[in-house]
Ligand binder design. Structure first.
Ligand code: ADP
Ligand code: MG
Length: 456
């Protein structure tokens, strides 16, 4: 939500009036970084909401009482510049005194000079005309704090590179430069090196169309009914691997705590965990020692989590892109997938957006849930951790050999073996875990004794 980054109630009200309910993916990525003053290289196609992605941070950093030009937005064409100006003006409506001047060719020069003389905070325009103003000294860029290069690839295609260089030469070197482009040819990279400083890359993945092999189910619930409903869904499905998504770290740890109290094997994954714990939780989930992983989007982003039987949106995400990403964890490689979403009254409008975007849901009522009265089933495996890894030249065969030959376990009760840098993990069927644990504690592997822990 915008209110995570924007405090000014008038600005928020205006966004609301404009129908900006949730941030688009590029806005979600760019706004926090831009507010920190970072240089950005953002890849996003037209219509993705770039103008607000740079426009809101620009407006928030503006010193309205200083009648100096503080930001410049360069666009490839007059049409685009006018579009950006119009959008910035809409975004700036919450304050009556923000001045935005548009400077493009094909319009008379002198009226532009007059409007510049009245003072401006933000200049939007095409490189050619802006350079002309700089050369005529009808404009001053010595106090620029932020430069935006919008549709940079098109500006290069149109041969504006030299003009842009000359414009930049008139600006302070200590400034923020935000570059947006739909494509990334070599020339863009070169330009970034020249005009930016330690720029961060922000790229919005193309939205994949949802595969029809994922059944999407929704339950309309009141917030107070959610925990009970979740328990019902989990017990009824009996799925062996489930990822539950929450929006916040706090939400994740509370829900994971609740599930553990209710007897489920649930682990958490969020940004406040130590890296070693995150790795371990993922490993235990992947090898079948925990059936449930409760995660935030951020912590699970880009992670290669195996195909899961069921994804649960305990809270709906803020964008369609994230929704697509979340449910894509199930139904991989043509398998049947299941995605369950809880929708509270407050989430109804985003849910409508999902439906409009052609996600199809079967809506069920929590009254129809028919969970067995039994306790949750435990995960199939328990993991033993051994305090030796690659560094100690431990190999999966060494562990397997000790378990089968020395301790007499059948290979079929031994699950995945992971050898990490300093530790090794072996999954053992629950019923044999004690035997394996006691045996490993009492014996040696490769003629050495190791510390052993039982996890999960
Ligand atoms: P781009 O620069 O990528 O072409 P724009 O900034 O022009 O995208 O935005 C495209 C359209 O989406 C505009 O009509 C804009 O008002 C609208 N828009 C942008 N961000 C949002 C948002 N968060 N919620 C709703 N509409 C938005
Ligand atoms: Mg645009």
């Amino acid at each position: 939500m915008f209110n995570a980054y924007i405090q000014d109630p008038k600005m928020l009200q205006n966004l609301n009036d404009l129908g900006y309910v949730s941030m688009t993916p590029i806005q979600r990525e760019c706004i926090p970084l831009a507010l920190e003053g970072k240089d950005l290289i953002a890849k996003a196609k037209t219509g993705s909401g770039k103008t607000a992605a740079f426009g809101l941070p620009l407006l928030m950093a503006l010193h309205v009482n200083s009648m100096r030009i503080q930001s410049v937005v360069l666009c490839p064409t007059r049409e685009l510049a006018e579009q950006v100006s119009a959008e910035l003006r809409r975004l700036a409506r919450f304050a009556h005194n923000i001045k935005i001047v548009t400077l493009c060719g094909g319009t008379r020069f002198v009226p532009q000079c007059i409007s510049l003389e009245h003072g401006a905070h933000i200049v939007v325009g095409t490189p050619g005309r802006i350079l002309q103003h700089l050369q005529e000294k009808t404009i001053n860029f010595e106090h620029i704090k932020t430069l935006v290069l919008d549709e940079a690839d098109r500006m290069l295609d149109m041969g504006f590179f030299e003009d842009i260089e000359k414009i930049i030469a008139k600006m302070p070197t200590k400034r923020q430069t935000l570059l947006f482009s739909a494509t990334f040819p070599k020339e863009i990279e070169q330009m970034c090196k020249e005009v930016q400083h330690d720029a961060l890359h922000v790229s919005i993945e193309e939205e994949k169309t949802t595969s029809s092999n994922i059944a999407q189910i929704c339950y309309r619930v009141e917030p107070s009914e959610k925990e009970e409903a979740l328990k019902g869904v989990l017990l009824e499905s009996d799925a062996k691997s489930v990822i539950i998504f929450c929006k916040t770290k706090v939400g994740v740890s509370e829900l994971q705590g609740y599930l553990v109290d209710e007897g489920f094997d649930a682990l958490s994954l969020h940004g406040d965990l130590e890296q070693i714990d995150r790795d371990e939780h993922l490993l235990l989930f992947a090898n079948g020692s925990a059936q449930i992983l409760v995660a935030t989007d951020l912590a699970s982003r880009g992670l290669d989590i195996k195909d899961v039987e069921m994804v649960i949106n305990y809270e709906l995400p803020q964008t369609m892109e994230i929704y697509t990403h979340r449910i894509g964890r199930t139904g991989r490689m043509g398998k049947e997938g299941l995605a369950v979403s809880f929708v509270t009254p407050r989430e109804e409008s985003f849910f409508e957006e999902l439906k409009e975007a052609n996600f199809t849901f079967t809506c069920k009522s929590i009254g129809d849930l028919n969970p067995p009265l039994s306790q949750p089933k435990k995960a199939l495996y328990i993991t033993l951790c051994i305090d030796a890894g690659k560094k100690q030249k431990m190999r999966a065969g060494d562990i397997l050999g000790t378990l089968t030959k020395d301790l007499g376990l059948s290979g079929s009760v031994i699950g995945k073996i992971d050898i990490l840098e300093k530790f090794s993990y072996v999954a053992i069927e629950r019923a044999y875990a004690d035997k394996a644990f006691n045996g490993l504690c009492a014996t040696t592997i490769k003629n050495r004794r190791f510390k052993i822990w039982k996890l999960g």
